[in-house]
Design a protein around this ligand. Structure first.
Ligand code: ADP
Ligand code: MG
Length: 559
C-alpha cells in the first residue's frame, strides 16, 4: 500500500471538474430533481388546473396545460429530471393522455420513498414494494373497469369530453366530442377475433383559421388547402378521374453543361417550339389517360397550365407530399412519377368540390377501396386552433385506445381512492418492510384527488376524507366533481377515463421512481448543476420560475 493511502488520503482517479455523489446524498439529489419536475406540472392537473405560458428561445409563445408539452418545452438538462420527462413521453405515446397524472404520481412516490429512506428502510425493499403495489394496482384496475363497445356512443363521447376538459378545446367540447367519436368510428374495423382495430392513419386532421370552432366538421375524404393553377379551370366534379403526380410538368433540364448557341431568330423560334412541344406532349399524355383533375406534388409550367385549362382539366401544383399520400388512400390509383408510363389504371376516382370562402378543395373517394376521413378544425386565430388541435389529437388517441381496449373507469379521483383502499388491504399480505412501501404507494396514488381538489380551490384533505368514506361504504365510483365541489358517482356525471391510460400511468410512474431509487452513486464528468450557482438565479435546465429545483443547496457537503 502506498504512503498516501496509509495517510487516509483518497486516491485521485477522476478529473478536476468531475464530481461524485454517493449513497443518501445521491438519492436525495435525484429525488429532489425528479420532484421538482413533478411539482412543476402538478398545478395543471384536472379541469380547474392552470395553464402555463411557455416562451421558447425564439420568443414563440405556447399556452397550454398539457403535461408533455410543458415538459418538452421546459428544455430540462438535469439527467434525473429527464427521466421523469421520459415518463410523460412514454405516457403520451402509449395512451395519448394522463401525462400529468403519471408525472405527478412519480414525484409523489419519490417523496414518500424519501420518508422511508429516512427511516432507514433499504431502497431495495422500497423498490420491491413499489413493484408489487404497481402490479396489484393494475390487476385491480382491470377488476374495477367497466366495458365499453364501439357503439356506446354516449359513453365514448364522455371519454372524449373528459380528456378535453381543462383545455381550450373544452369550450366546444360537446361538438368536438361528437366529431371525435364519429371520426374514430369511421376508421374502426372489427377483427376476426371480435376485437376492434382503429386505424388513425386514415384520419387527417386539418386546421383552418378564420371561422368559429363550432363550424368544425368531419368530412369523408381529403381537404386540400390549395388553389387551382389558373382561375379559369373548372373546380367542381361529381365524378372525376384523378391523377396524383409527383413529377413536374415542366421542361426537363438538359445536361448541366449543355449550351445552346443561337445564331439566328429562326433558331430561337425552333428552340422555343421544341420546348413547347415537350410541354404539349406531357399535357397530351395526361389528356390521353382520361384524367379530369391533376394534383401535382411539383411545379407546373405556365404554358402547361394554359394547355391544361384549355382542356378543361383542373390542376393543382405543389401539393404537400403528405396530402398526395392521403389522397391516394381516398381516391385510389397510384402516385405517378413518370408521365411516359401513365395509363388509365393509375388514376383514382372521386368527387371534387371547392369552397370559395375557404379556398379549400374537398375530395371524396368514390371507389370501393376508398377510405380516409378529414377532421377539419376551425378557430379564430392560430393560437386557438393550435391548442384545439392538440386537445383533439389527444382525444382521438384516447378514444381510439378506449375502443380497442374496451375498458373505462370513473374519474375525478374515484379510481385512485378505490385503488388505494384495495392496496392498503393488500399490504398486509405482503408483510415486512415491503408492506410499508405498498402503503406509501397507496398514499401516493391518492395524490390525484388531493391535487384535483386543491387546484379547484377546495380543501384537499376534507375532500379526500369524504371520498374515502364513500368508498368504505361500497361506492366504488365516488369521486370529486370539481365543478359542483360534490362527491358523487363520477361515472354517472360523465367523468370517464380509459382504463388503459390509468394502467400505463401507474406502471410508468413506478418504473421511473424505481429507476431513480436504484441509483446510489452519481459520477459526473462535469460539475453537477445544483441550482445555487445559476447566473440568472433560476433553477438549472431552464426550469427557472416553474417550480425550479431548489433544495439542492446542501450538496456541497457531500464532496
Ligand atoms: P392528465 O395529463 O393526467 O390527463 P388532466 O389535466 O387532463 O391531466 O387531468 C386529468 C384528471 O382530471 C383525471 O384524473 C380526470 O378524472 C380528472 N377530471 C376530468 N374532469 C373532471 C371533473 N369534471 N371533475 C373532477 N375531475 C375531473
Ligand atoms: Mg388529460
Amino acid at each position: 500500500m502506498s504512503q498516501r493511502m496509509q495517510q487516509g488520503q483518497p486516491m485521485i482517479i477522476m478529473g478536476e471538474d468531475a464530481q461524485r455523489v454517493k449513497d443518501k446524498d445521491a438519492q436525495e439529489y435525484n429525488i429532489q430533481a425528479a420532484r421538482a419536475v413533478s411539482e412543476a406540472v402538478r398545478s395543471t392537473l384536472g379541469p380547474k388546473g392552470m395553464d402555463k405560458m411557455l416562451v421558447d428561445s425564439m420568443g414563440d409563445v405556447t399556452i397550454t396545460n398539457d403535461g408533455v408539452t410543458i415538459l418538452q418545452e421546459m428544455d430540462i438538462d438535469n439527467p434525473t429530471a429527464e427521466m421523469i420527462v421520459e415518463v410523460a413521453e412514454t405516457q403520451e405515446d402509449e395512451a395519448g393522455d394522463g401525462t400529468t397524472t403519471a408525472v405527478a404520481i412519480a414525484g409523489e412516490l419519490l417523496k414518500n420513498a424519501q420518508d422511508l429512506l429516512e427511516q432507514d428502510i433499504h431502497p431495495t425493499a422500497i423498490i420491491k414494494g413499489f413493484h408489487l403495489a404497481s402490479q396489484e394496482a393494475r390487476a385491480q384496475v382491470d377488476d374495477i373497469a367497466e366495458s365499453v363497445e364501439p357503439d356506446d356512443t354516449e359513453l365514448l363521447q364522455k371519454v372524449a369530453e373528459t380528456s378535453m376538459t381543462g383545455k381550450s378545446s373544452e369550450l366546444n367540447k360537446d361538438l368536438l366530442a361528437e366529431l371525435i367519436v364519429d371520426t374514430v368510428k369511421a376508421v374502426t374495423v372489427e377483427a376476426d377475433d371480435g376485437s376492434y382495430v382503429v386505424d388513425l392513419a386514415n384520419v387527417n386532421v386539418e386546421t383552418q383559421t378564420g371561422r368559429a370552432t363550432s363550424e368544425s366538421e368531419l368530412l369523408k375524404g381529403a381537404v386540400i388547402d390549395k388553389d387551382p393553377v389558373q382561375d379559369d379551370m373548372p373546380t367542381a366534379f361529381d365524378e372525376a378521374d384523378i391523377l396524383l403526380l409527383d413529377e413536374p410538368i415542366e421542361i426537363e433540364e438538359t445536361d448541366v453543361d449543355t449550351q445552346v448557341n443561337i445564331e439566328s431568330p429562326d433558331q430561337l423560334q425552333q428552340f422555343l417550339d421544341q420546348e413547347e412541344k415537350q410541354l404539349r406532349q406531357k399535357v397530351d399524355q395526361i389528356v390521353d389517360s382520361g384524367a379530369d383533375v391533376v394534383f401535382c406534388q411539383k411545379g407546373i409550367d405556365d404554358m402547361a397550365q394554359h394547355y391544361l385549362a384549355k382542356e378543361g382539366i383542373l390542376a393543382v401544383r405543389r401539393t404537400k407530399k403528405s396530402d398526395i399520400a392521403f389522397l391516394r388512400d381516398v381516391v385510389g390509383g397510384n402516385v405517378v412519377s413518370d408521365l411516359d408510363s401513365l395509363t388509365q389504371a393509375d388514376l383514382g376516382y372521386g368527387s371534387v368540390r371547392r369552397d370559395g370562402d375557404d379556398e379549400l378543395f374537398y375530395v371524396e373517394g368514390l371507389g370501393d377501396e376508398s377510405h380516409g376521413v378529414t377532421l377539419l378544425l376551425r378557430g379564430s386565430t392560430d393560437h386557438v386552433v393550435d391548442e384545439i388541435e392538440r386537445g383533439v389529437e389527444d382525444a382521438l388517441d384516447v378514444v381510439s385506445t378506449t375502443v380497442s381496449d374496451g375498458r373505462v373507469l370513473a374519474g375525478g379521483g374515484a379510481i385512485e381512492v378505490e385503488l388505494a383502499r384495495r392496496l392498503r388491504g393488500y399490504a398486509g399480505s405482503v408483510g415486512g418492510r415491503e408492506q410499508l412501501a405498498v402503503e406509501a404507494f397507496a398514499d401516493a396514488v391518492e395524490l390525484v384527488p388531493r391535487v384535483l381538489a386543491g387546484n379547484a380551490g377546495l380543501d384537499s384533505i376534507d375532500m379526500l376524507v369524504k371520498i374515502r368514506e364513500a368508498h368504505e361504504n361500497g361506492d366504488t365510483r365516488a369521486g370529486l366533481n370539481v365543478f359542483s365541489g360534490e362527491v358523487e358517482d363520477t361515472f354517472e356525471s360523465g367523468v370517464v377515463e380509459p382504463a388503459h391510460a390509468k394502467e400505463q400511468a401507474l406502471s410508468s410512474a413506478t418504473e421511473a421512481a424505481n429507476l431513480v431509487l436504484k441509483i446510489d452513486d452519481i459520477i459526473a464528468a462535469d460539475e453537477l448543476s445544483t441550482g445555487g450557482d445559476d447566473d440568472e438565479g433560476g433553477a438549472p435546465g431552464g426550469a427557472g420560475g416553474m417550480g425550479g429545483m431548489g433544495g439542492m443547496g446542501g450538496m456541497g457537503g457531500a464532496m
